[in-house]
Structure formats: C-alpha cells, structure tokens
Design a protein around this ligand. Structure first.
Ligand code: TMP
Length: 209
C-alpha cells in the first residue's frame, strides 16, 4: 500500500490554524485522501496529559529545558504510536504544530540552543520530517489581538510581544532555509484570501506526489 503524507500547520497565536486546518481537511477529502487530524503537544493520552501540564498554570515556573524535553516526550509518543502507523496505513496526517514550533517557541522564544533541539529532533524522529508545512504568517500585533478575543490566556499566551516577535522571526527563518517544504501563507488577509492561498499550495502538493 502507498504510504500517506505528513502535513503540518504552524504559526503564532491568532494565525487562524483551526479554521484553516478544517478547510485543508475539506480540500484533501474532496481529492479522495483518507485523513487523520491531530495536534501537538497532544494527540495521545500521554501527550494530552503533557499538554495540560505545559499550557496550564500549575507549573508556571517550569524550566525552559524541562519544557523542551516535555515537548519532545509528547512528540515521541505521538510519532511512534499514532502518526507513523497512520502514514503506514496510507492515511494523510494533518498535524496542528510539530517540531518547527519547538524551533520557533523554545529556540526563538525561549532562546534555547537550536543545536540541542536538533539533537532531540534526530533522537525522536530520525530522518522523519513533515512532507509539507503551511506556515500561517501575520504581524504579531494582529495575531495577539485575535487570540486575545478567545478564552483565558494559557502559559504561552501570557508571554510578551517580544517573545512572539522572536517566534515569528524563527518561523520565517525556517521557511527561508527550507522553501521546498515550508510554504508561507499571508494570514493577515481575509479568510477567503487565506483559503485561496492554501488551496493553491495543496493543489501543487497534490500534483507533485
Ligand atoms: P495551540 O495548540 O493553541 O497552538 O497551543 C500550543 C502552544 O504550545 C502554543 O503556544 C505553542 C506551544 N508549543 C511550543 O512551545 N513548542 C512546541 O513544540 C509545540 C508543539 C507547541
């Protein structure tokens, strides 16, 4: 059986990942793909428990290195027990965030050494990388304004503007380094315009596989 593909969505808070993932789901289903939707941190019972610890406020003083390791602990479980088996079954996996988020938030935001992140990436993933990443990019002030209209801020959403500027810059640097895999979508535009861009990225990807 033909293996499935691994697609990730990335972006700062308020970039519109949820509604655009639903849109991508519709596009790919229409072209006959069997899909599995999942998210990070999370996606498995262990991952969802770690998500609660990472996003909640009961460990507000968590060390940045502990945060990094918990992200990868959740990812190891997610990849081995859920993502890779689905891809092997021929399913297309759409994941709301993956390791680019670690480079952006723990590397860019928390200023942890990207060489250490790269070591953990190799340990947990070997050579496995997403086949396609859609980076929803928009100015930090616009993203935070949108995110602020939602529920109470989680542990990351409480960070200051500068933190998210570094996260955004790190994401854009990843896209610059790997333009073949990472497609930048201008998420500052209207939902309809954003979806047009996503549709064209997905159409080119579908033609290429
Ligand atoms: P979200 O699912 O609402 O986007 O929240 C997940 C939060 O976790 C978000 O603020 C980004 C953060 N995060 C990291 O800091 N590192 C990671 O590796 C991942 C996957 C998420």
């Amino acid at each position: 059986m033909k293996a499935g593909k691994f697609i990730t969505f990335e972006g700062i808070e308020g970039a519109g990942k949820s509604s655009n993932i639903s849109f991508a789901e519709r596009v790919l289903k229409q072209s006959g793909k069997r899909l599995m939707l999942t998210r990070e941190p999370g996606g498995t019972p262990l991952g969802e428990s770690l998500r609660e610890l990472l996003l909640g406020h009961q460990h507000d003083g968590i060390s940045f290195k502990a945060e990094l390791l918990l992200m990868f602990a959740a990812r190891a479980q997610h990849l081995d027990s859920k993502i890779l088996p689905a891809i092997e079954r021929g399913e297309w996996v759409i994941c709301d965030r993956f390791t680019d988020a670690t480079y952006a938030y723990q590397g860019g935001g928390r200023l942890l050494d990207s060489a250490a992140i790269s070591m953990l990436e190799t340990l947990v993933q070997g050579e496995r990388r997403p086949d396609l990443t859609i980076l929803l990019d928009l100015p930090v002030s616009q993203g935070l304004e949108r995110a602020g209209k939602r529920s109470a801020p989680d542990r990351f959403e409480r960070e200051k503007h500068d933190f998210f500027e570094r996260v955004r810059a790190a994401y854009l640097e990843i896209a610059d380094r790997d333009p073949q895999r990472v497609k930048v979508v201008d998420a500052s535009l209207s939902l309809q315009q954003v979806q047009q861009q996503i549709n064209s990225v997905l159409s080119s990807f579908l033609e290429s596989v």
